[in-house]
Design a binder for this molecule. Structure first.
Ligand code: CAA
Length: 439
């Protein structure tokens, strides 16, 4: 049985914070730190009438409308988020409540849940939906997986430049139109405290350490995947979408992934004159000097044609959207997949049958590697997406507006700040708390 992602829709936060023009001068930083170092140009930012429910419901509504679905066609709704405002009731119940206002029928007989494991919970929800369908418990119905986050940091935190807000809704079904999921998975998991949100709106992050934990868990997941699916080679995959907190993080992950996938191959032989065969340290801690080793290795690799060509083909296309929206936490790796397929369409590539190696990650910490195969109707699905319009229509905000709106989204603070955009035909946050209606 082929099970996978049948369709996706995205909702990007309505505001845009330009990192080079607006954020860097206010931070007294060189814009190159953001555009070149982190690889980010802008954040998508939520207007005051947007939250995780409205963004998720708007993406899901567009998805269901486009696919001609009614609530009776959906047997399961899972929301993945690390921005939840209720520790008991799942966000999917609010989203279902919104959708029931505009569709005939209701979701009475759908199983609703919420997944939490930092950014990897979007992929875990996908896995849950896959297992539910493969187990034959779906009664012919599809699953709706919604990854939605307002990925905001406290002002002054190093993570502030990587903020973003948006939702991605995915329809999981048999005989999918977009990508089929592999049965094999690999995991790397350990009890870590690199990123925590103990009942607070903004995370407590050890940013530098979180980068090391990401790399270590990702490598373990790759090794675990190989233990069940056999060796993976860099040339087996057209695209390699990674969780993208910022593109600079993916540059590091790509480097290690490439090194792992080419070990013992003819490519490694070809690379030897340029980079030698010096192994990288096994442990990604400060004492191991991994930063210097990675930088040295990356600098040498960057100069090689082999790596440059692979990176431009397999990694760069996955970053097109992230560069302009920032981190969407649970949605981020799923945006990277869309980004790659969007580029395939722009390049006129016949991607049917191409394989993707997907690297998901959540702080705390866990990485997952699985593979996907692009399905025949992928191009029709991509053509139906409205990403360009959504990104172009965002309103640019000044630094002063950014500060006001950032305060509004800090749940601890009341604010009467007016919305900067005028919503039309969409779900909006209605005053205080998670009450949502559709304008
Ligand atoms: N021109 C070009 N490059 C520049 C530059 C300039 N003018 N100034 C700095 N840079 C480079 C630096 O050399 C650095 O590159 P390397 O990483 O290759 O060394 C890069 O820009 C970033 O500079 P800093 O390391 O000085 O940046 P920072 O310390 O202020 O912030 C961070 C980096 C700690 C990762 C911060 O962004 C952060 O805390 N982010 C949130 C946590 C995060 O995203 N972690 C990622 C892994 S955890 C995860 O993935 C889960 C999740 O979604 C949160």
């Amino acid at each position: 049985m082929t099970v996978g992602i049948d369709a996706v829709e995205i909702h990007a936060g309505k505001l845009r914070l330009d990192l080079a023009e607006t954020f860097a001068p206010a931070m007294d930083e060189d814009p190159g730190k953001y555009t070149k170092g982190l690889g980010l140009h802008a954040s998508s930012f939520p207007d005051v009438h947007e939250d995780i429910v409205t963004m998720g419901a708007n993406a899901a509504h567009r998805l269901m409308e486009r696919k001609g679905l009614e609530p009776a066609d959906i047997g399961r709704i899972d929301v993945a988020t690390e921005s939840a405002f209720d520790n008991s009731k799942p966000v999917s119940t609010y989203v279902a409540g919104c959708l029931e206002k505009v569709f005939d029928g209701d979701f009475h007989h759908a199983n609703k849940g919420e997944r939490k494991f930092a950014c990897i919970s979007g992929t875990q929800s996908l896995d849950d939906a896959y297992n539910w369908i493969r187990a034959g418990r779906n009664r012919g119905r599809a699953a709706l997986v919604i990854a939605t986050d307002t990925a905001l940091y406290a002002r002054g935190d190093a993570g502030e430049a990587t903020q973003g807000a948006g939702a991605i809704a995915m329809l999981i079904d048999e005989n999918p139109d977009l990508v089929a999921l592999s049965q094999e998975q690999g995991f790397g998991s350990a009890d870590e405290t690199d990123f925590l949100k103990p009942n607070q709106q903004f995370p407590s992050v050890d940013g530098k350490r979180s980068v090391q934990v990401y790399l270590a868990r990702m490598r373990e997941a790759l090794e675990d995947y190989e233990s069940v699916a056999g060796r993976v080679h860099s040339e087996d995959f057209r695209y390699v979408p990674f969780h993208t907190p910022f593109p600079g993080m993916v540059r590091k992950a790509a480097l290690l992934g490439y090194r792992h996938m080419t070990r013992g191959t003819a490519i490694e032989d070809d690379l030897e004159p340029a980079i030698g065969r010096q192994p990288l340290p096994d442990e990604f801690d400060d004492e191991s000097g991994y930063r210097d080793a990675v930088r040295e290795y990356m600098d040498a690799l960057k100069e090689t044609d082999q790596y440059g060509e692979w990176y431009d083909r397999a990694i760069e296309p996955t970053l097109d959207i992230a560069r302009h929206v920032g981190n969407w936490y649970t949605g981020s790796v799923h945006v990277a997949r869309v980004s790659a397929l969007r580029r395939a369409r722009e390049d006129g590539l016949d991607a049917t049958g191409e394989r993707l190696l997907v690297g998901s990650y959540g702080s705390g910490a866990q990485a997952e590697i699985h593979t996907e195969t692009v399905q025949e109707e992928w191009e029709t699905e991509l053509a139906a997406l409205s990403i360009e319009d959504q990104l172009d229509d965002r309103r640019d905000i000044s630094f002063e507006e950014y500060e006001e709106i950032h305060d509004v989204h800090n749940h601890a603070k009341e604010s009467t700040y007016d919305a900067l955009t005028t919503p039309s035909g969409e779900f909006v946050r209605d005053g205080q708390g998670p009450m949502n209606e559709r304008t």
